[in-house]
Design a protein around this ligand. Sequence first.
Ligand code: GTP
Ligand code: MG
Length: 191
Amino acid sequence: MKFWDSFLTWLKIKKKQANVLIVGLDNSGKSTVVQHLQSRGKRSEVTVPTIGFNVEKFQNAGLTLTAFDMSGQSKYRPLWERYYNDCHGVIFVIDSSDTMRMAVACNELQLMIQHPEMVKNRSTTLGVPILILANKSDLDSAIPIGQVRAELRLDDIETHPIHLEASNALTGVGLHAGLQWLSEQIIKSNF
Ligand SMILES: Nc1nc2c(ncn2[C@@H]2O[C@H](COP(=O)(O)OP(=O)(O)OP(=O)(O)O)[C@@H](O)[C@H]2O)c(=O)[nH]1
Ligand SMILES: [Mg+2]
């Protein structure tokens, strides 16, 4: 079966499957990001706070991505680590206007990258690639992307491939570029 899967993938008849974990604090825009990536902007449903998590699929760069859209509420955050073992990439969504909780977001990011399941990667010495979306960049109260980089201490992270992209999940700005980077990193990791 595995041979057939690989053979069909090689023939480009079947797309390679990868798991992407979507995390970040509550209200940062995770479900809105997923909704946009899935519908390519054709639909605009109102999102409700996620309970537990939702699983959605979409395609990009020859990959079929299974997205685990996790709830960001503090009582559900312990759920995130249960999915680290089997994830090939992470989208960490930040509300760029939520300056009061930037330190909380930074702490959650640090906890995640230090988790043993996130450090090991199939065939490289680097950990799972992480796309950080500085979301809600359309809001006047959003801080500049350079400040998001500093507040999250991204320049200190050496264990994981990291990419920071400003985004607006309502219009889709930044999402395609960010997802393209993540897909390329996943393909490179030869999972
Ligand atoms: N202005 C603006 N609003 C956004 C953006 N992205 C999401 N929102 C809004 O932010 C609110 C929360 O979005 P969700 O996608 O439900 O947030 P979430 O991160 O999934 O939240 P939880 O499921 O509770 O963890 C909604 O009202 C969205 O419409 C954005 O880029 N800009
Ligand atoms: Mg949600």
